[in-house]
Design a protein around this ligand. Structure first.
Ligand code: NAD
Length: 500
């Protein structure tokens, strides 16, 4: 069985751990690899390597740093299938979806190659007589990224390309459920010319996370995961004097107005609710049709589409949705469907009995897609982030009721409105208290040169990910005010200048 190791100071490293855990292929339900779980000592080694690499890396010209990232980007383009297959094998999502993830990740690397431009500073001439002032953005030092299972390639790449481009050195603690992508990334960065120690990976769980949170040489923590852990990371990290951005969970609503293109809205909902088995922080898990007629039309369009959804192994090209990530998660999502039925919601499509009858996949963590109608805000299927293929329809009488519903939820990551009316769309965009908004776009994930981040319980900290927000998070400003005494100036010379 393959053992997935750390990557410290330019090489794979087994560290000192005597603990490991199995890594499952969710399609077969079998443990096919194991990942070692770091000790505090292993984290110390990774941070020490990153600290030793910092002085030289932070002084390397941004253009040279960018060129290494550019080579890395081209390698990923060429090896897209290899990393996407690793994601599918451990996460379960379809191969096409995994390639989509890697492509979105690459866009952040592309953004980071603009470091010489985005690190340009401001200069004010003559802030006083003969006095100039300028500021520079300098790297923080060793920074760490702690990432979730649902985007094992993309979420690390929301963080480290910008951090490295700005001159920091990095320690990544990926999800222990799908850790292989992190090692491919580390190997390829090295091959692209990244000096040893600049990018390190420690595999592990809470032990590794706590060691990073407490380490005096870690200057900043970038975290993405569930809200309870995000809160813990934010409070502990900041209490230890670190800069922290901690992105948490979500419950994203899509409002469907009576004038919406109903075919477009239903088709958008299918991808947004059930793509990646609903294991996306930008998945739409609540559809909010405005008016009974809109709701009836929407549910009758959705029902046959949900029933027909093809669930199967991620590597099968005809699968539209893969398995859930683990058996425990499968059980949890299924129990939410039970809870919805018990609470009195109408289960229009029941995914609980779904079986994949292909040989070799009988034990996979598959669940069919479920659709609930007449869900109310007091039900746990509405309140909690299920993170599975379960879509709830919450009917509302007016636009304002729909907005009030969204404002009443603790999460505020993403939202969308489907309408043909520009005035309603504009009002929604301006007034809604959610970090990322789509207008006739169901999953409004910002491009790499914009920034990604929710509001309320979906983000703790002051900066979103990547784009200029990422640059601000991974740098600190130094402002210099300077005056020079009048120097000796020589008389003009009229002969040809020579060095001798
Ligand atoms: P998770 O919170 O369980 O784990 C995230 C990371 O925290 C992992 O690296 C894990 O090892 C570590 N961790 C877990 N428990 C810990 C503990 N008790 N102490 C310290 N560290 C701990 O999240 P997950 O299940 O891997 O990912 C799914 C969650 O991530 C969902 O809630 C989803 O909404 C969220 N997510 C949010 C965004 C966003 O941008 N807001 C993006 C992707 C995923």
């Amino acid at each position: 069985m393959q053992t997935i190791t750390h990557f410290i100071n330019g090489r794979q490293d087994k560290g000192t751990a005597d603990r490991s855990q199995p890594v499952f292929n969710p399609a077969t339900g079998k443990a096919e690899k194991e990942v070692i779980l770091a000790t505090t000592q292993d984290v110390d080694s990774a941070v020490a390597a990153a600290k030793a690499a910092f002085p030289e890396w932070s002084k390397t010209p941004p253009l040279r740093r960018a060129r290494i990232l550019d080579r890395f980007k081209m390698m990923i383009w060429d090896r897209m299938d290899e990393i996407a297959a690793a994601v599918t094998a451990e996460h379960g999502k379809t191969f096409d979806d995994a390639k989509g993830e890697v492509t979105r990740a690459l866009e952040v690397v592309e953004f980071a190659t603009a470091a010489p431009t985005f690190l340009k500073s401001e200069f004010s001439e003559n802030v006083g007589t003969g006095v100039d002032s300028f500021n520079v953005r300098q790297a923080l030092g060793v920074v760490a990224g702690i990432t979730p299972f649902n985007f094992p390639a993309m979420v690390p790449m929301w963080m480290f390309p910008v951090a490295l481009a700005c001159g920091n050195t990095f320690v990544l603690k990926p999800s222990e459920r799908d850790p292989s992508a992190s090692l491919l990334i580390a190997e390829w960065l090295k091959e692209a010319g990244l000096p040893d120690g600049v990018f390190n990976v420690v595999q592990g769980d809470k032990v590794a996370v706590d060691a990073l949170l407490e380490h005096p040489d870690v200057k900043a923590i970038s975290f993405v995961g569930s809200t309870p852990i995000a809160k813990y990371i934010y409070t502990t990290g900041t209490a230890n004097g670190k800069r922290v951005q901690a992105l948490g969970g979500a419950k994203n609503h899509m409002v469907i107005m009576p004038d919406a293109d109903m075919d477009m809205a239903a088709s958008a909902l299918m991808g947004a609710a059930y793509g990646s088995a609903g294991e996306r922080c930008m998945a739409i898990s609540v559809a909010v049709p405005v008016g009974e007629k809109t709701a009836d039309a929407l549910v009758s369009k959705l029902k046959p589409m949900v029933e027909k959804l093809k669930v199967g192994p991620g590597m099968d090209s005809d699968s539209e949705m893969g398995p859930l990530v683990t058996r425990a998660h499968l059980d949890k999502v299924r129990s939410y469907v039970d809870a919805g039925v018990e609470a009195g919601a109408d289960l229009v499509v029941d995914g609980r009995g779904y079986k994949v009858d292909k040989q070799g996949y009988e034990d996979g963590f598959f669940l069919g897609a479920s659709l609930f109608d007449n869900v109310t805000p007091d039900m746990s299927i509405y309140r909690d982030e299920i993170f599975g293929p379960v879509l709830s329809v919450v009917r509302r009488d007016s636009y304002q009721d729909a907005v009030d519903l969204i404002h009443g939820h603790e999460y505020a990551n993403g939202t969308a409105i489907f309408t043909r009316d520009g005035d309603t769309a504009r009002a929604f965009q301006q007034d809604i208290e959610v970090g990322m908004v789509g207008v006739n776009v169901p999953i409004p994930v910002p491009m790499a040169f914009h920034s990604f981040g929710g509001w309320k319980a979906s983000l703790f900290g002051d900066h979103a990910m990547h784009g200029m927000e990422g640059v601000r998070f991974f740098t600190r400003i130094k402002t210099t005010t300077q005056r020079w005494p009048t120097g000796q100036r020589t008389d003009p010379e009229f002969k040809m200048p020579t060095l001798g």
